[in-house]
Design a protein around this ligand. Structure first.
Ligand code: PLP
Length: 401
């Protein structure tokens, strides 16, 4: 396999001074424009990954660039000990969009989940156990890592933070069976992203909401990957017409500038006092003004279009009847293609990148597609055409419909 990849010229080369936390492709992008990325040799790539669900509005978005530039010249840091109208405006918009009431700003997804865990335990007042799902991914810092029930992520990092009980994803009875007097919350992703775009049964979140109501537990929903229109609703939990008690956000919130947020209900907000939690950089002015613009752009009409584009992408892929795509997992523009285990999905992804389409992989041999939410039908057609050609080129059985 490695020999083949070397022939593709995509071997990792640049870890000389970096700690070796990533296998990097030896492609360096120097600029972007809309749905396209450009490398230092001037090659143009169609971006079907968006920095892993981050740049939902595409690259070099003019109105986002303008507000960021303006803010850089005015004020780029101020302590959270002082008032901030842009922060207050964003908090209001997030509260209106979610149905929750108050917001805490931080810098990333893992920090948002750390805050959520702390808030839940504070609310628990002695009750501290949080039920999580196997295969979940909530971040890399010790609390979020301990909540991410995947042994491969834990190796070498024990002892974990205690107080998490994991159960199979999409298994309501398993949740009911582990609740005890120490349980304070249930924390899940609405769709498991890192584990391969695993979409639970339609009623999963509704049933968790009901269990939480009946047992006085908090429902924590990690919308870090699924939020901001990605799945065809502003938040993925809105497909279920429920409101969680705590929602965590990052990734798409400021289209690539560092920002995380936790939105909570009144009953959670009421137990948090000055000194309970904090962040020096959290909610920095540049990210905040951009996020204010992002949230305005992601209108109901915009989200309806994301939903339509997701259905279109699914339809175009289905039409090709590619036998080695075992399953199409699609919710809005959060898409996973489960590939026959006979084909290494990492090789397929590299072939696509060679063909100048940036994609990712996840979970168990799943091709991961997270295109910018601003793609059009012609980008979908191009992607599917290249995918079809590649499967043929790789000498993989493709039935023509
Ligand atoms: N939660 C989910 C669902 C994620 O997908 C991720 C990142 O992939 C995180 C949390 C962690 O976010 P960050 O990398 O910003 O810490």
């Amino acid at each position: 396999m490695n020999i083949i990849l070397k022939e593709h010229g995509l071997e990792t080369t640049n870890n000389k001074f970096h700690v070796n936390t990533y296998n990097r492709f030896n492609i360096e992008f120097t600029h972007g424009d809309g749905v396209y990325l450009f490398d230092k040799d001037g090659n143009k790539y169609l971006d079907f990954l968006s920095g892993i669900a981050v740049t939902g509005l595409g690259h070099n978005h003019k109105s986002l660039v303008n507000v960021a530039k303006n803010q850089v010249g005015n004020l780029w840091h101020v302590s959270n000990l002082f008032e901030s109208t842009p922060q207050e405006n964003l908090a209001k918009k997030l509260s209106e969009r979610s149905g929750l009431s108050k917001v805490f700003f931080c810098n990333s997804g893992t920090e948002a989940n750390e805050a959520a865990i702390k808030f839940a335990r504070k609310y628990g007042n002695g009750k501290s156990t949080i039920i999580v799902a196997n295969g979940g991914f909530h971040g890399r810092t010790m609390g979020s890592l301990s909540a991410s029930a995947q042994e491969k992520l834990w190796e070498g990092f024990y002892p974990l933070t205690p107080g998490f009980k994991s159960v199979p994803f999409n298994d309501i009875d398993a949740i009911k069976n582990v609740i005890d007097e120490k349980t304070v919350a249930i924390m899940v992703e609405p769709i498991q992203g890192e584990s391969g775009i695993v979409i639970p049964d339609k009623s999963y979140l509704n049933e968790i909401r009901e269990i939480c109501n009946n047992n006085n537990l908090l429902m924590i929903v990690d919308e870090i990957q699924t939020g901001f229109g990605r799945t065809g609703k502003f938040f993925a939990f809105q497909h279920n017409n429920i409101i969680p008690d705590i929602v965590t956000l990052a990734k798409g919130i400021a289209n690539g500038l560092p920002l995380g947020a936790v939105i909570v209900s009144d009953k959670v907000a009421n137990v948090i006092k000055p000194g309970s939690h904090g962040s020096t950089f959290g909610g920095n002015p540049i990210s905040i003004v951009v996020a204010n613009k992002v949230i305005d752009i992601i209108s109901d009409q915009f989200i309806d279009n994301v939903k339509a584009l997701g259905l279109l992408l699914e339809k175009y892929i289905e039409k090709e009847k590619i036998e080695d795509i075992l399953e199409i997992r699609c919710k809005g523009l959060m898409v996973g293609l489960k590939i026959d285990p006979a084909i290494d999905v990492k090789l397929l992804a590299k072939e696509l990148i060679n063909e100048k389409i940036v994609v990712g992989t996840a979970g168990n041999n799943v091709l991961r597609l997270l295109p910018p939410l601003i793609i059009t039908e012609k980008h979908i057609q191009h992607f599917v055409y290249i995918l079809k050609v590649l499967f043929k080129k790789m000498n993989i059985s493709t039935k023509v419909s």
